[in-house]
Design a protein around this ligand. Sequence first.
Ligand SMILES: [Zn+2]
Length: 644
Amino acid sequence: MTFYDACLLGRVSPVGTSMDTDSSRGTTLPHVVFQYRVFQRSYRQGRKKRALIDDRKNNMKAKSALIIGEHIPQFLDTSPFFCSFETVQRWYSVFLNSIMKSLTVTAVFLFCISVPVFSQTISFTREDTLRGSITPERAWWDLLYYHLKVHVRPDAKYIQGSVAVRYKVLKPYQQMQLDLQPPLAIDSVTQDGIRLSFTKDGANAHMITLGKKQVKGETGSVVVYYSGNPVEAKNPPWDGGFQWTKDDNGNDYVATSCQGLGASAWWPCKDHMYDEPDSMLISVTVPEKLMDVSNGRLRKITSNGDGTRTFDWFVSNPINNYGVNVNIADYVHFADTMKGEGGILTLDFYVLPYNLDKARVQFQQAKLMLHAFEHWFGPYPFYEDGYKLVEVPYLGMEHQSSVTYGNGYQNGYRGNDLSGTGWGLKWDFIIIHESGHEWFANNITYKDMADMWVHEGFTNYSENLYTEYYFGKEAGADYVIGTRGKIQNNRPVVGVYNVNHAGSGDMYPKGGNMLHTIRQIVNDDAKWRKILRDMNKTFYHQTVDGAQIEAFLSKNAGRNLQKVFDQYLRDVRVPKLEYNLLRGKLSFRWTNCVEGFDMPIKIAIQGKGTRFIYPEPSWKSLKIKADSIEIDRNFYVEVSKTTL
Ligand SMILES: [Zn+2]
């Protein structure tokens, strides 16, 4: 039963709705509390059910008062065991849409459904909505260009700079949202040399009031001046910010990383993934004995005569916010070129001086990676900006055209094989994985972090294809199947939209295994490779919704894969194939699956080769002349042989 069905059948009971008006700012954002409960047993008796609801209601009171008081949208999530997560999300968005036109609303629902339970809570704040949604103050302008200038002072862990933001007016509006996270502060904002006023909404969002009338189709720019001590990375790259360290020679060694946290942790920007500048200039001033390596190509180095130098890096392609980075160290540089599908590609490597010899050996894998991935995914997407690998004090990150590396010049993931098969020790995880993101993260970029599987699922899958390219198809399959050991099935892979929320870490190995499974369904390697290449062409330098990628794969696979995506991305259950083979009759069905799950699966029939069967949640059967069958291991499913 889906959540929606349960509602229709009256087995879901809203127990209260309350509204609240928020007049703290000129525009409105929906504030929603969407709450429901799942019970372990069926409460069909009216009295019992009412009692239960009353009890819940009492429990809810304090909580809802708190929520209303704080003006925070909340989404108390329960398990997708009883309904598809998508359904809840659809409800959530229907609900959002219905109140978008009205003033800010806080509503509380309590729902009861009589199915097995697994419960967890996710709470979101107004800050999350300001960070994760396309607010009216963001929607009206198209980002064209950034010039980020930043002076980095490692001695004081202090930065000071400005960002010029060029934009095009899509719809006249006078307020512009730019984000900057404390402890950094915006000192002033100007447009055409005139100072503008701004107010803060929450900790990060700054609403700037533009003086001159904004006319549709025209372009404009604002310059934001800022300074302060940026947030320090606690556990980069996962918990990022500025990382201030020293190299073994005692020199400052500084790097940024900010996926999830947001680029506004260290520079003012439109901190939402849906909109990227067409190009960007990054000017970084550092102590003169150090060097900055950022994205794109080094245009010039200026000696400022005050003990500092400024490095100007120009990115001539769209770039996502978290892709922008500064890396400051006493770097040494070596270079190479390769002839790829897009012509001559420059390869530049920046490492600490004492690691140069090791890097010259280990970084040869960059070329191997590029050959393999161009084969599978098409041309490297940023020939104009070149490919760089930059040593950093943390593990690594997919910074566009300056992939950062901290894997200790060893194969595997910090020397370990994530697949447990041995294949993961044949190559350097960070070089392969982070560079795979040039296609899936930097070329094709999620609009909303809820769809992060588009980055991590495909990039995890790229590890399998890299292995296959050099070690054969079975090796690749071993690898991806081996990574199933890391799947937890704890939460859906897709997160919650519009609040900067990522789904389960399963997006890596489960995402990879879902794609490997889909490849089996396509059952044509040349066609599958073409799909992957066409995908990088179709969404070239674009930001996308996960739904676009799902639709693209369905269309090009020639089969509606909707239920497959619902199963693996929005549900936590691993579908189970139940079968029975008795006197030449094979009976089979899917269980532990989403409603209408219709994935075909390949079986090997003893002595008769392989064939597809087309199970559904109800039993089907066919006649086969064999005593046993084997289910293709490449499908990520569970199998159970039953007695009917
Ligand atoms: Zn990744």
